[in-house]
Design a protein around this ligand. Sequence first.
Ligand SMILES: Nc1ncnc2c1ncn2[C@@H]1O[C@H](COP(=O)(O)OP(=O)(O)OP(=O)(O)O)[C@@H](O)[C@H]1O
Length: 250
Amino acid sequence: MIDTRLVEVSGLCKHFPGIRAVDGLSFHIDAGEIYGLLGPHGSGKTTALSVVAGLVEPDEGTVTVAGMEVTPQAGRARECIGYVPPDLAIYPDLTAEQNLTFFGCLNGMSKRAARERAAEVLEQLGLSDLDRQAPVRMSKCSDAIKHQLNIGIGLLHRPRLLILDEPTFGVDRDEQEAVLRAVDSLRGMDMAVLYTSHDPRQVTRLCDRISVLDAGHAVAEGTPQEIETMRGDENLDAVFRAVEGENVRV
Ligand SMILES: Nc1ncnc2c1ncn2[C@@H]1O[C@H](COP(=O)(O)OP(=O)(O)OP(=O)(O)O)[C@@H](O)[C@H]1O
């Protein structure tokens, strides 16, 4: 039997003075799946991602990716992970292709290999036509394209786990669709995607399975359809009211 389980998070805890930011979180992600963490501000999404990415040491619990335990000291395991922050980490004066080639070289690829990989990533994200007429600097592109490129940089080294922390952060509602399509295009690939948002519509549309977080722990886990059937539960409904309230205010 082929083992498709790529990511295993078990009993994760991360506490700060007086705050249980992550408090006993467990989930797994299979190859090809997009897994969502949905929760209001302060529910522990970013802290959980930081521990899963190996950026922060957990107080308790373990994370394995492709069979390797992830810790801040575990270089090989961390190389299997792509982390895309909510803020843009791209060069505005370079084109999309130049950005990807530059970051590919930083990842240790030859210039030729980086160019080839840049072309593959642009194709994957639906950005191949961007420079067809003439080179376009990223500063002239829409926020959606900038965020798609941000995701592309995380894909360059062919991670087994791609972590997307609020990838539509700062993108207008009417431009978000292009970013969501780019994320959707990653489903079914030989990697796992971990996605966080405090927008229930995004998460239920994109994610195969979801953990709904409150105060660092999951109040519900399942497919979007399963989560829907759990509505009526007091704790779950309180989280949905909180995230929906935040989205009204955005
Ligand atoms: N370095 C830190 N030191 C102390 N407290 C922290 C630290 N990082 C996060 N926290 C606290 O841990 C809790 C969880 O924060 P976290 O940023 O993980 O939540 P979040 O769900 O990602 O929120 P948001 O949607 O606002 O980014 C919050 O109460 C936050 O104030």
